[in-house]
Design a protein around this ligand. Structure first.
Ligand code: T46
Length: 135
């Protein structure tokens, strides 16, 4: 299984408005233990710059636009998140850089586990070593 764009189920229309939702173990392949969101970031700022050893996440941008570049140690892939009905599934073991393309963008995350700093790899050389070891 690879990182992938998820089209979030959406009901409604242009006049009445829309409702989007996803359900654990149905629309996304894990149980959600944590929700967090990032906001108030200036356009042009960069966040992320780490990988997770075990954590899986679904990330979406209901307002504004961010670019996420994932990296598996060999190949980089660019994703643009700019719609309430579009999300990115990032599996464990992938480096991610996140660029704020528009002022006041909101980035939401549904995560497979509780916050645990020991799950982070925040040094890129350490990440490449970790991947080469086949962990
Ligand atoms: C990710 C991207 C998309 C907590 O205490 N609890 C939490 O649940 C989170 C997510 C963070 N923190 C603390 C850890 C740091 O002291 O909040 C501070 C900022 O976190 P960080 O520098 O990791 O933020 P980002 O935006 O670089 O990364 C975050 C997530 O940490 C990461 O898992 O994939 O958003």
């Amino acid at each position: 299984m690879n990182n992938s764009i998820i089209h979030i189920r959406t009901y409604g229309n242009r006049d009445e408005g829309k409702l989007s939702f996803f359900e654990e173990n149905k629309d996304i392949p894990f149980e959600i233990k944590r929700i967090y969101y990032i906001y108030g970031v200036k356009a042009g700022e960069k966040r992320g710059m780490h990988a997770h050893k075990k954590l899986q996440q679904v990330i979406w941008c209901p307002y504004g636009e961010v670019e996420i570049i994932t990296d598996d140690g060999e190949q980089k892939t660019n994703y643009i998140l700019n719609s309430p009905d579009k999300a990115l599934l990032i599996l464990k073991g992938h480096w991610r850089d996140i660029y704020w393309k528009k002022e006041n963008s909101v980035l939401c995350v549904a995560a497979s586990d509780y916050y645990d700093e020991t799950d982070y790899i925040r040094d890129y050389d350490e990440y490449l070593y970790y991947i080469k070891k086949g962990c």
